[in-house]
Design a protein around this ligand. Structure first.
Ligand code: PMV
Length: 347
């Protein structure tokens, strides 16, 4: 790569939060800390080609999605560039071609903003590294996560590590509101290769954008208590990651998912993002768990899809249960099998 032109390619995964980020302050500072499992299979692969230009007046870029021009994402990228220019002052010196593709089906209801913004941030950091070759690896990943956060908050948890904390929590060393950090303490082997099977209940466009959603936490009647609760749940999870207590893990994880949706149901305006099939699935999981003692549980994002979480040792029985009892509630019977992964990779 020269300073004149070249290209990079990175993949970055999606992530699924256990303690949810919902509510933010100015500059993408989270109202509460969150923690997520990094995924392995659901990811975005982005190629960034750059070419020095003569006239550095404006941001200049072309955007391709799966090789074809994609105009409707342009304002989002433009805004992202504006936000990060103070951290990457060379941005206006280049013309960029950003070519991006996802490994998961388009409009599957799986947000691609986390993986997409993380993949773009990694590429931009690769260029920054050509310009400043002496930077350390820690600095590289930390700054990549900070940039990703300015693209989409949860994207900062898609950069590095299997379990990632974002947001300041007094008893988690190194945790920060500005970037995600790898969970710094012991993680019990029960969580090794933890599985996430994503049941696609509703693949439609999101009813509420996350920008609008986060905003609804301003003046929300339960906001302050909710933000405290996130700290408490993260605190409990530190212990659970150490002792491997899956019963406790399930309680925290499912309660967080339902709390996220409870916040949406109790905001003004209010929303119900679950579908009837979401509830059918939740009830089936509860029944199956009660009957079989299988430590399977669910979590939800800001939508109707259900993430089914379980230890790898239970993969066979849970997949059988999903095929027998849950697939019927998925749109076109579709689901995606994923598991914990370890972050972004240069290709
Ligand atoms: O990163 P955003 O602004 O799209 O927010 C995502 C919020 C949730 O996915 C609902 C929860 C989370 O912590 O990932």
């Amino acid at each position: 790569q020269t300073l004149e032109s070249g290209q990079f390619q990175w993949s970055a995964p999606s992530n699924i939060a256990l303690v949810k980020y919902w509510g933010k302050k100015a500059d993408q500072i989270p109202a509460n800390p969150s923690v997520s499992f990094t995924l392995n299979n659901c990811k975005t692969i982005t190629t960034l080609a750059f070419e020095k230009k003569i006239n550095p007046d404006n941001f200049s870029f072309d955007l391709l999605f799966e090789g074809k021009p994609k105009e409707d994402f342009k304002p989002k990228i433009q805004k992202f560039f504006e936000r990060i220019e103070i951290y990457l002052p060379f941005l206006k010196d280049y013309h960029f071609t950003i070519d991006t593709q996802n490994t998961f089906p388009h409009s599957s209801g799986i947000a691609s903003s986390a993986s997409g913004m993380a993949a773009l941030a990694m590429n931009l950091m690769s260029l920054e590294k050509v310009l400043n070759p002496e930077m350390s690896e820690d600095y590289f990943y930390q700054k990549a996560s900070l940039l990703a956060r300015l693209g989409s908050g949860s994207a900062c948890r898609s950069v590095k590590g299997e379990v990632v904390v974002w947001g300041n929590q007094a008893n988690i060393e190194g945790s920060s509101d500005f970037f995600g950090v790898e969970f710094p303490y012991t993680i019990h082997e029960n969580f090794k290769n933890y599985q996430d099977t994503i049941l696609l209940v509703d693949k439609g466009e999101k009813q509420v954008s996350s920008t609008v959603g986060h905003d609804l936490m301003h003046n929300h009647p339960f906001a302050e208590r909710r933000f405290e609760q996130a700290h408490e749940n993260l605190d409990k999870l530190i212990g659970v990651f150490e002792n491997g207590n899956l019963e406790e893990f399930i309680k925290i994880t499912e309660s967080e998912a339902l709390t996220l949706h409870a916040m949406m149901m109790t905001s003004m305006p209010y929303f119900i993002l679950m579908k009837p099939n979401t509830l059918e699935i939740i009830n089936k999981i509860w029944k199956f768990r009660a009957e079989t003692k299988n430590p399977v549980c669910f979590t939800l994002d800001a939508g109707a899809n259900v993430h089914v979480l379980y230890p790898k040792t239970h993969k066979e029985t849970v997949l059988q249960f999903i095929k027998d009892e849950l697939v019927g509630y998925c749109q076109n019977g579709q689901y995606l099998c994923d598991e914990i992964g370890n972050g972004a990779h240069q290709i």
